[in-house]
Design a binder for this molecule. Structure first.
Ligand code: ATP
Ligand code: MG
Length: 225
């Protein structure tokens, strides 16, 4: 039987900057079956990145619950959430956040540092991942020496290094031309052993996912099951 991996119930989130509140999520619910790939589309500013950051436990909802692999994030301490995230979740941020003083290879290796992984094994996997994203010959280059799309591909390799159970990708093809974008989608979706949630504006990315949702006016609706 297919088993629910992520259960999101009635999520509410309002930002409250000095200039006035911005109500972003107004009761978002969804369930994702283990191993499925899910697209989240929606207009700019609709709260897609906010929703991903809540699922990653990077910020807290005002109301509602997020359960991943049977664990309710609300019931975990911030240290437990951090550990859970480091162990189970790979994140490709919209603005990739590579460390500029580290090479591509070092950036990919960074998430392995908190764990006692055999360094040779980690190096081998990092090199393989860079090869998969088409950057084998750029391993020793710094992010400033790479194009925006290449930096994004390094971020994808970094998100996969710890073999996450859940991959959250915010516009993984946003800076890539469609041919490279399609290769990246294939890389993210083929032979997966993780559940994938990908935010996207691109139709071809949404189409490649098992399920597609649209976030609009603070509400999430199923677009393709
Ligand atoms: N830290 C913050 N403080 C105040 N408002 C914020 C903050 N972060 C996001 N917002 C606002 O919340 C809304 C949702 O932002 P979010 O980044 O989640 O949208 P998005 O759907 O990812 O947009 P895009 O497609 O442009 O990346 C926007 O109106 C944004 O201005
Ligand atoms: Mg965004």
């Amino acid at each position: 039987m297919s088993e629910t991996f992520i259960r999101i119930r009635d999520l509410h989130k309002t930002y409250r900057p000095q200039a006035g509140p911005v109500e972003v999520l107004k009761g978002v619910s969804m369930e994702i079956v283990h191993g499925k790939s899910v697209a989240i589309t929606g207009p700019s500013g609709s709260g897609k990145s906010t929703l991903l950051s809540l699922i990653a436990g990077l910020q807290k909802p005002d109301k509602g619950h997020i359960e991943i692999a049977g664990k309710d994030l609300e019931e975990m301490s911030s240290e437990e959430v951090e550990k859970f995230r480091a162990l189970k979740i790979g994140i490709v941020f919209q603005d990739h956040y590579l460390l500029m003083q580290c090479t591509a290879l070092e950036n990919v290796l960074l998430p392995t540092l908190p764990f006692s992984i055999d360094p040779e094994e980690a190096l081998k996997r990092a090199s393989e991942l860079l090869e998969k994203v088409g950057l084998a010959n750029r391993a020793d280059h710094f992010p400033s020496q790479l194009s925006g799309g290449e930096q994004h591909r390094v971020a994808i390799a970094r998100a996969l290094i710890n073999r996450p159970a859940l991959l959250l990708a915010d516009e993984p093809t946003g800076r890539l031309e469609p041919s490279m974008g399609k290769e990246i989608v294939k890389l993210l979706t083929d032979n997966r052993d993780y559940t994938l949630i990908s935010v996207t504006h691109a139709n071809y990315v949404a189409k490649a996912m098992d399920v597609s949702y649209k976030l609009e006016n603070g509400e999430l609706a199923l677009a393709k099951a």
